[in-house]
Design a protein around this ligand. Structure first.
Ligand code: AMP
Length: 296
């Protein structure tokens, strides 16, 4: 089934205790698309890059068969830039810089042929852009949204508005608490359900993820990775694995949603092994299935 992805396509500067890189491919939509491309061959990417976006990165997305008809190039500005620093506790990071650049005046237009998209990933980006994309999709089967503190604090009203049209929210524990002003995650989940999403996933970094759905809570551990180099993109990769599996199987039963959470965790476990999206460049289905079975 088709999977439409909107989110940031970015340059990232990353510092972890194990290394540093000034400028590497990043962005929520990049991670989601690369990851889901291992599950479905109909990934449609909506976003914008600036005049400085390297052909090498464009070619990388193309090499994974990601449809780039909705990826605009704005020659008048620079690509979105984000800089972050991690400490030994890799669950926490400091954002050092966020430059929206070409996203500031981005007006997403979905190609006509994409309006029938069945699965929609509203990756982390300004909530009003997420809404603009969603409005153009005719009758999606499942809309999944991610966001972060930057938007919870910076665009709270637009975020609440977008949430009304969302079926599943995927956030980390601190974001769930901040969004609801509620320290207890069970109560936070109840409050989020009242904002719109019927299903909720709360990610807890190396401690796994909780799926709240149909009045039940499913708790999945994270895959125990020995050498974590860089957690950047792990959340987006989780969403790519989750939606990749759901769009591939086109099955939204409770059991299959739980499997999707495990595929999300599996893909995130690959992502953190190398810098940026490096590890997502050359995976294969057998390796992914192997880790899924090990996980089971
Ligand atoms: P994650 O580690 O999964 O939370 O996502 C990391 C990615 O999010 C990086 O590649 C960044 O480029 C991107 N990112 C960081 N801040 C923002 C933001 N405010 N809006 C959209 N994307 C962002």
């Amino acid at each position: 089934m088709s999977l439409l992805v909107i989110g940031s396509v970015a340059y990232d500067g990353i510092e972890t205790p194990f290394g540093k890189t000034e400028r590497i491919l990043g962005g929520s939509a990049t991670y989601i698309s690369l990851t889901s491309s291992y599950f479905t061959d109909d990934v449609r990417l909506v976003g914008v890059v600036g005049h400085d976006f390297a052909k090498e990165y464009h070619d990388l997305l193309k090499s994974r068969d990601i449809d780039l008809e909705g990826l605009q190039k704005d020659e008048s500005g620079k690509t979105f830039f984000w800089k972050g620093r991690y400490h030994y506790d890799l669950n926490n990071r400091d954002t050092l810089d966020t430059q929206l650049n070409v996203f500031e005046k981005f007006d997403p237009v979905i190609p006509d042929a994409w309006k029938n998209s069945k699965y929609v990933a509203l990756g982390n980006i300004e909530p009003s852009l997420q809404s603009k994309v969603l409005e153009q999709v005719e009758s999606p089967q499942l809309v999944v949204m991610d966001t972060m503190n930057f938007w919870i604090e910076g665009a709270p009203d637009a975020l609440r508005e977008t949430l009304k049209g969302v079926d599943m929210l995927v956030v980390n524990d601190s974001e769930a608490r901040e969004l609801t002003d509620e320290p207890n995650l069970i109560r936070a989940a109840e409050k989020i359900a009242q904002m719109g999403p019927e299903h909720l996933i709360i990610k807890k970094g190396e401690h796994g993820a909780l799926l709240f759905s149909g009045g039940e809570i499913f708790s999945a551990p994270a895959y125990p990775v020995l050498d974590i180099f860089d957690p950047t993109g792990a959340g987006d990769t989780f969403m790519g694995g989750l939606l990749g599996w759901l769009s591939y199987t086109d099955d939204l039963t409770p059991l299959n949603m739980r499997r999707a959470v495990i595929f999300g965790s599996v893909m995130a476990s690959f992502c953190v092994e190398q810098f940026g999206p490096e590890r997502l460049k050359n995976l294969d289905v057998a390796t992914i299935r192997g880790r899924y079975n090990e996980f089971k």
